[in-house]
Design a binder for this molecule. Structure first.
Ligand code: ATP
Ligand code: MG
Length: 575
């Protein structure tokens, strides 16, 4: 492709709306343009990057034996009512009514549609297992679409769904997808990690998220440097010794804490460590208040609480709701004497007594509280967030934290949708059974953003070769020099014929502009043809990732180039 005839409208200024580096660079390098909130047009360079990701995803899905289909974006409400999600999916589901008053939605995911397909087509165990996938545009009316392609309302996803006749088969399908995902991210040249993820009510280890490691990631990964343990912070287990004998403490007693609301204030006022104070947090779980207790120096993990009580919807109570539930102003809620509310305590709180808790009265706390003795705790369980340095639940070594961007998710669904929609088959004995399902998503468009979050510098994008819209930028600095033009055309033809995607910068522009644009657009390899080099019979090279410069001879260029290109790819950890 010749840049003189290409459409890559670069911007000098960073658009004010862009907060994260991938969004800024995708706009500045002329790869995407915003139509409206969370909805983008892919310009030629952006679309090429997107298609490169999709191609590798498709190749690995095919290799794993999944079969590509394409399902509709518009889905009938009736199917969502059958699965029960019409009511629960909330406002992320864009709903509308057609001219015949039929309720519909734009698909945010396709469990209902694929299960409907399969229940009508598959009858016998002989037709199982089957894994169907698509690469398709999803719509989710996210509350806060932001960060460009990272969290859009309209975005491209690869979603796959497996159907198996038994549990062993479903597990095999799951691990086959897990392996395919690992290959995909390796082939894309990304640094990534698979971590155990929250799997809601299903539990077990049958949910993994694939995270692209990037300092700017929204997700926190707790991982163990000593073993292979890695988990999303949402899920990371806190290790806790079993409760032993504890000496009884004196009876609970009220202490005045005028105007001391926060843990820090109360700790300073009473001259005790925050770790001796119990934080009482009031939540609304499916409309009912619940109290959750954690040590003053810990953070509550809302997902653990939500899973433990199996709530569909969980949110922090408003100040008015706290007052209504505890009869105490905010900051003084406590578990003792709390009536009509279920109380859940973090497991650590069973290890000791003599806690300090809110007294459910203004300006007062209770000391010498033994939660087992003085409060009506429904359960002591793992409710806290782990912190860096906490022991690894697998081997005990101190955990460390890294940031990541979720780009893929594999999930064993079990019978959830096959039961709701009646997806059954006849087994070997002629008995009707439900199919066991798994679902597997990859954020194809999010990967384009995530790869830039991981790979960029002040000059612009640094694309891994497999994702780069063009692997090579060939800069002809002598656009008006006939000999240079002829040589550039010759190299361009040779590279293209060898299957190396090359963008020839044949514009009549200053060298500085050409270098700047090539850096901004992030092509992994830059080749420069200029007056002096040309006279000496060489082309100058630059590895965009390392910045390292060199030369290749014009005589026997292609062979020398192909060998050097291998070393560039190896630098990316590519085979
Ligand atoms: P998140 O927690 O980021 O909202 P999710 O759990 O809703 O993600 P899934 O339903 O598992 O995501 O979707 C599969 C994949 O689709 C995700 O791993 C992610 O890469 C991608 N994805 C999800 N939501 C968006 C979005 N709004 N924009 C771009 N990609 C997305
Ligand atoms: Mg989401």
């Amino acid at each position: 492709m010749r840049l003189s005839r290409y459409y890559a409208p670069t911007l000098k200024e960073t658009p004010a709306e862009a907060e994260v580096v991938s969004h800024k660079l995708l706009l500045r390098a002329g790869m995407i343009r915003k139509l409206t909130a969370g909805i983008y047009t892919y310009l030629p360079l952006g679309l090429k990057a997107l298609n490169n990701v999709a191609r590798i995803v498709r190749e690995e899905m095919d290799r794993a034996g999944a079969l590509e289909i394409l399902m509709p974006a518009v889905q009938p409400a009736d199917l969502w009512k059958e699965s029960g999600r019409w009511e629960f999916y909330g406002r992320e589901l864009l709903r509308f009514v057609d001219r015949h008053d039929r309720e519909s939605c734009l698909g945010p995911t396709h469990e209902e549609v694929v299960t409907d397909l399969v229940r009508h087509e598959i009858r016998s165990y002989r037709q199982l297992p089957v894994n169907l996938y698509q690469i398709q545009t999803k719509f989710r009316d996210e509350i806060r679409p932001r960060f460009g392609l990272m969290r859009g309302r309209e975005f491209v996803m690869k979603d796959a769904y497996s159907f198996d006749k038994d549990d062993a088969g479903a597990d095999a399908s799951y691990w086959s997808m897990y392996k395919a995902y690992a290959r995909i991210f390796e082939r894309l040249g990304l640094k990534f990690r698979a971590v155990s993820a929250d799997s809601g009510a299903i539990g077990g280890s049958f949910s993994h998220e694939f995270m692209v490691l990037a300092a700017t990631g929204e997700d926190t990964i707790a991982s163990c440097p000593a073993c292979d343990y890695g988990a999303n912070l949402e899920k990371a287990e806190a290790l806790c010794p079993p409760p032993g004998e504890i000496a009884p403490c004196p009876p609970a007693e009220t202490v005045a804490t005028p105007d001391q609301h926060t843990v820090e204030e109360v700790a300073a006022f009473l001259g005790v460590a925050a770790a001796k104070i119990v934080k009482t947090l009031v939540y609304m779980a499916d409309g009912k208040p619940v109290a959750a207790l954690v040590r003053g120096d810990r953070e509550l993990n809302e997902i653990k609480l939500k899973n433990h009580i199996d709530a569909k919807d969980l949110r922090l109570a408003s100040p008015e709701e706290v007052v209504a539930a505890t009869k105490a102003p905010v900051g003084f809620a406590g578990p003792v004497g709390l009536a009509g509310i279920a109380i859940y305590a973090d497991q650590e709180l069973a290890l000791e007594n003599a806690w300090i808790v809110g007294a459910n009265a203004a300006d007062a706390h209770l000391k010498n509280v033994d939660l087992g003795r003085d409060a009506n705790v429904a359960a002591f369980t793992d409710l806290r967030e782990v912190a860096p340095g906490d022991p690894c639940p697998k081997c005990g070594a101190p955990l460390s934290f890294t940031k990541g961007i979720e780009v893929g998710h594999v999930f064993k669904l079990g019978l959830k949708y096959s039961k709701a929609l009646g997806a059954t088959f006849l087994d070997e004995a002629g008995k009707e059974q439900f199919m066991i399902m798994g679902c597997y998503g990859i954020g194809v468009s999010r990967i384009v953003a995530a790869c830039i979050e991981q790979n960029n510098d002040e000059a612009g994008v640094v694309f891994p070769p497999p994702i780069a819209p063009f692997e090579v930028a060939l800069l002809n600095l002598g656009a008006k020099d006939e000999a240079a033009v002829a040589k550039a055309d010759e190299l361009y033809a040779a590279l293209t014929a060898a299957g190396v995607e090359t963008l020839l910068d044949d514009r009549d522009e200053r060298p500085g502009v050409k270098f700047k644009d090539a850096d901004l657009m992030g092509f992994p390899i830059q080749l420069t043809l200029g007056g002096k080099g040309l006279a000496r019979g060489v082309v100058e090279t630059k590895d965009r990732r390392t910045g390292e410069k060199g030369e290749l001879p014009l005589e026997g260029f292609l062979e020398a180039f192909m060998a050097w290109r291998e070393t560039v790819r190896q630098g990316w950890g590519l085979e």
